[in-house]
Design a protein around this ligand. Structure first.
Ligand code: UDP
Length: 442
């Protein structure tokens, strides 16, 4: 099949967030290994480094975005702005690519870049949606809004998922969606209707029931292709410089003693939360590695002095970096827990390494992922109250107490399942062959 695909050309349209760029480049790497030639279309803000991928063509489109807009808490507003600003440049860019290559087999676009679908429809090209969130996210954000209440709250068998579904449904229906939220939701749904396939970076065994519920309502073929970071692990796509000194520090720590703390690439935390986090970590007596990004308000003098003070007080027990080589950190023998904002990439990276989690979701699908982690897979604890005493107790519950044994064991079980899933013939590799066939045939 690979010979036959040599001349097939796939265009991947990605968006400006770290987790989304990672997934697009990993997917592109795998498709390239299957014989597709690749063009990556990306936004100007947070461009990936093309020198890591000499075999791909990179094209940047103007986005008219500023760094500060990226940390906007109003995600639907931000996504709407991205699509508004990028639609015309994307159209011109695809026309130009089409003109010079004569042939595009498919345009795979990040689900946040839904403006791509009407453009490819116009150009007579097949569009494929890439979901860098879970299948549960697809169910909640793309399928449920199209259903009536009865269909929404029925159909899932396990009590944990039913509870999650009910909780999510009530949250969705009680929220007064903003104008941007409604517009983005409708545009997502419309894009899906004419998308020729959906790709999800997940593992089937994690989301079997949810997937069968989605298939009940969505006729579009779905390819579950994760965990992408394990299937295309070679390149470092970090938009910030990774501080590798933390690995030398981890080498000096006892097995499974360190709590790794990171809130991903977008989340901002406020001053009070920063103080409570610092004191909670300090009082827990547990070694910690904390990623405090500059854009997480680290730039301010005040924050720097808080972090410096904490490092001085902690001596060898704490290590603070601006950006970590996260996958290497999670795979390190010294790491015994991950206090996370529950972004989907962080969640599957943690599952693949068997690291139990402390969940502090902030917005969007992070809330769904935290429910999955704590209530469905039972591999983590939710941090409900961000007060230093509670942080200290939650760290101890996970890392030291008997209660943590059960959670740690479940996390290791899930890691084994993930490793088995990756080895199994016909699961992930079968999905990729199916996807390759689909792209070649549309
Ligand atoms: N990441 C990293 N170093 C860090 C923090 C995060 O390499 O110090 C990576 C992490 O491995 C993951 C991505 O950044 O692949 C974050 O994606 P996620 O979906 O977890 O969260 P988001 O940043 O989209 O909120």
């Amino acid at each position: 099949m690979e010979e036959q695909q040599k001349s097939s050309h796939v265009v991947l349209v990605t968006v400006t967030f770290q987790g989304h760029i990672n997934a697009a480049l990993q997917l592109a790497t795998i498709l390239h290994s299957k014989g597709f030639s690749i063009t990556i279309v990306h936004l100007e803000l947070n461009s990936p480094n093309p020198s890591n991928y000499p075999e791909f063509t990179f094209v940047s489109i103007p986005d008219n975005l500023t760094e500060s807009q990226l940390s906007d808490k109003d995600i639907p507003g931000l996504v709407r702005r991205v699509n508004k600003n990028c639609a015309a440049p994307l159209q011109q860019c695809l026309e130009k690519i089409l003109h010079s290559h004569h042939h595009i087999s498919a345009v795979i676009y990040d689900s946040f870049m839904f403006c791509a679908q009407p453009i490819v429809d116009d150009l007579g090209l097949p569009g494929v949606t890439l979901c860098t969130h879970s299948a549960l996210g697809l169910l909640f954000y793309h399928v449920f809004p199209q259903l009536n209440e009865k269909d929404c709250i029925s159909g899932l068998e396990s009590p944990e998922l039913q509870a999650l579904q009910l909780q999510g449904f009530h949250a969705l229906s009680s929220q007064n969606p903003t104008e941007a939220g409604m517009e983005v939701g409708a545009a997502f749904a419309n894009a899906l209707k004419s998308s020729s396939a959906i790709i999800v970076n997940s593992m089937e065994f994690l989301e079997l029931e949810v997937l069968s519920k989605i298939k009940q309502y969505l006729p579009t073929p779905i390819f579950i292709v994760g965990p992408l970071h394990k299937l295309a692990p070679t390149m470092c796509n970090s938009l910030c410089t990774e501080d590798n000194k933390c690995i030398s520090w981890l080498n000096k720590q006892s097995p499974k003693s360190v709590i790794y703390v990171s809130f991903g690439s977008i989340v901002n935390i406020d001053k009070q939360e920063l103080i409570e986090t610092a004191w909670g970590l300090s009082n827990s007596k547990q070694p910690f590695l904390w990623v405090a990004r500059p854009s997480m308000d680290r730039g301010s003098e005040w924050t720097e002095s808080l972090l410096n003070g904490l490092e001085e007080r902690m001596g060898e027990r704490g290590f603070i970096v601006k950006w970590a080589p996260q996958k290497e950190v999670l795979a390190h023998a010294a790491v015994g827990g991950f206090w996370s904002h529950c972004g989907w990439n962080s969640t599957i990276e943690s599952i693949c390494e068997g690291v139990p989690m402390i969940c502090r979701p902030f917005f969007g699908d992070q809330i769904l992922n935290a429910s999955y982690i704590c209530n469905v897979w039972k591999i983590g604890l939710e941090l409900q109250n961000l007060e230093r005493g509670n942080i200290e107790r939650t760290i101890k519950r996970l890392m030291v107490d008997m209660e943590g044994n059960y959670i740690r064991k479940r996390a290791m079980d899930l890691k084994e399942k993930a490793a088995f899933y990756l080895m199994e013939d016909g699961s992930t590799s079968g999905s990729f062959d199916g996807l390759a066939k689909h792209i070649s045939s549309v």
